[in-house]
Design a protein around this ligand. Structure first.
Ligand code: NAD
Ligand code: MG
Length: 373
């Protein structure tokens, strides 16, 4: 049966509901399937639907006035023409040569990444939640911060002091939604700072329900001999130690229903030869996600991860990728292009959404058709 969904990205979804499928579930499913955050179904039903009722409804679908299932208008059907083709939605390689000193600024990238500034629309999925996002100034962290605020959350972001220009833009966007946007700059390689960061976030937000361990250091090196002790240490401290320290500190404040989300990577599963130290940390974060989900499941705290593929962010142009790789960035994925942070925003929302209350210990991949999981 073809059901229309009306919203920013109108889709038609083929649904074969099983016995007892509720209208609420159908609505959720269609929303997620379409990745259309504002998707709205127009149900007439207020009672749970059954397979029989859907089939029965389909058989009389032309008699719309008598159809007790779903109603739609001709204009909605026309909106189908506006569906986005993901292969052409964003820039494709070749990209121009560019490089910035670590940690890099999104505002100086060409083309500028899309974090959903002009596109993400919320629908109250995280109303009243309080989130701390590391690396919230740019890339996936910024996309998550914008989306969380538009879903009704107050958001504190951490970043390095050099990233203040990017961070200011994010704070302004959060505040524009009428939410609290809190700047907490500082270096996550410092263990004492990690503890203080959580305490400061809790004080500013009045508590903490969502922790996104997203900050990351990625510096490519052709051979293991090129990775100095200091560089190795910085990668471990930023990616693994901070994840451990922030999680441990945050748990003191978290209630059942809280969530922890790691940004891991496809590198956790299929490491590149020139990302030896970085890939180790992403495997560790994936593994940490799964052990902590087991430990915290009984406490009602969910722990999940996101595993991006090649995404157009400052990390890649500030030492994360070779110039040769950058020029062709993402071209070897089935999509033929890199992902944009905006394309992952709804994943961070989904994992934090209380409706996803049975999802824990999971890693959600977003790699344009390649990569794992
Ligand atoms: P990004 O450069 O926008 O974000 C990384 C952030 O890490 C920076 O903004 C910075 O604020 C933070 N950071 C780094 N070192 C820090 C330190 N010592 N103290 C405090 N903050 C620090 O790039 P991104 O790609 O959005 O990265 C976000 C996460 O995504 C990282 O964990 C990265 O490993 C992961 N990831 C990225 C890709 C990709 O292709 N871009 C792919 C897979 C995973
Ligand atoms: Mg940044």
């Amino acid at each position: 049966m073809v059901l229309p969904v009306q919203g920013r990205n109108t889709i038609r979804a083929l649904l074969v509901p099983t016995q007892g499928t509720s209208q609420r579930y159908l609505s959720w499913w269609a929303t997620e399937a379409a990745n259309a955050e504002r998707a709205v179904m127009t149900p007439i039903h207020s009672v749970p639907m059954t397979r029989r009722s859907v089939i029965a409804a389909a058989s009389v679908t032309l008699a719309a006035s008598a159809f007790q299932g779903f109603a739609w208008s001709a204009s909605n059907t026309q909106e189908n023409a506006q569906m986005d083709d993901p292969t052409t939605k964003y820039p494709k390689p070749p990209f121009q040569k560019q490089s910035q000193p670590f940690p890099g600024l999104a505002g100086r990238m060409v083309p500028k990444p899309d974090h959903g500034e002009a596109s993400y629309k919320g629908s109250g999925r995280l109303a009243g939640r309080r989130a701390l996002i590391t690396g919230g100034d740019s890339g996936m962290g910024r996309a998550a911060a914008i989306a969380y605020a538009r879903e009704g959350a107050d958001v504190a972001i951490n970043y390095l002091p050099d990233e203040e220009p990017d961070a200011r833009e994010v704070i302004a966007l959060i505040q524009k939604e009428g939410r609290r946007g809190i700047s907490l700059p500082g270096d996550l390689r410092d263990a004492a700072f990690c503890e203080k960061l959580v305490e400061d976030a809790v004080a500013a937000l009045g508590g903490l329900d969502i922790l996104v361990n997203n900050a990351g250091r990625q510096q490519q090196a052709k051979s293991i001999e090129e990775i100095t002790y200091e560089a190795f240490d910085a990668t471990m401290k930023t990616n693994i130690y901070a994840t451990f320290l922030l999680t441990r500190a945050a748990l003191k404040h978290m209630q059942p229903g809280s969530v922890i989300i790691q940004t891991t990577s496809e590198q956790a599963y299929d490491p590149s030869e020139n990302l030896v130290d970085y890939a180790m940390t992403k495997a560790a974060m994936m593994n940490f996600t799964k052990s902590m989900a087991k430990q915290l499941g009984p406490k009602g705290i969910r722990v999940n991860g996101v595993a991006p593929g090649p995404i157009w962010t400052p990390l890649q142009v500030s030492g994360g990728a070779t110039m040769e790789k950058l020029e062709k960035f993402g071209g070897d994925t089935p999509m033929g292009r890199p992902g944009q942070p905006a394309e992952l925003a709804s994943i961070y929302v989904q994992l934090a959404d209380p409706e996803a209350s049975y999802a824990t210990g999971q890693i959600y991949g977003a790699a344009g058709g390649g990569g794992q999981p």
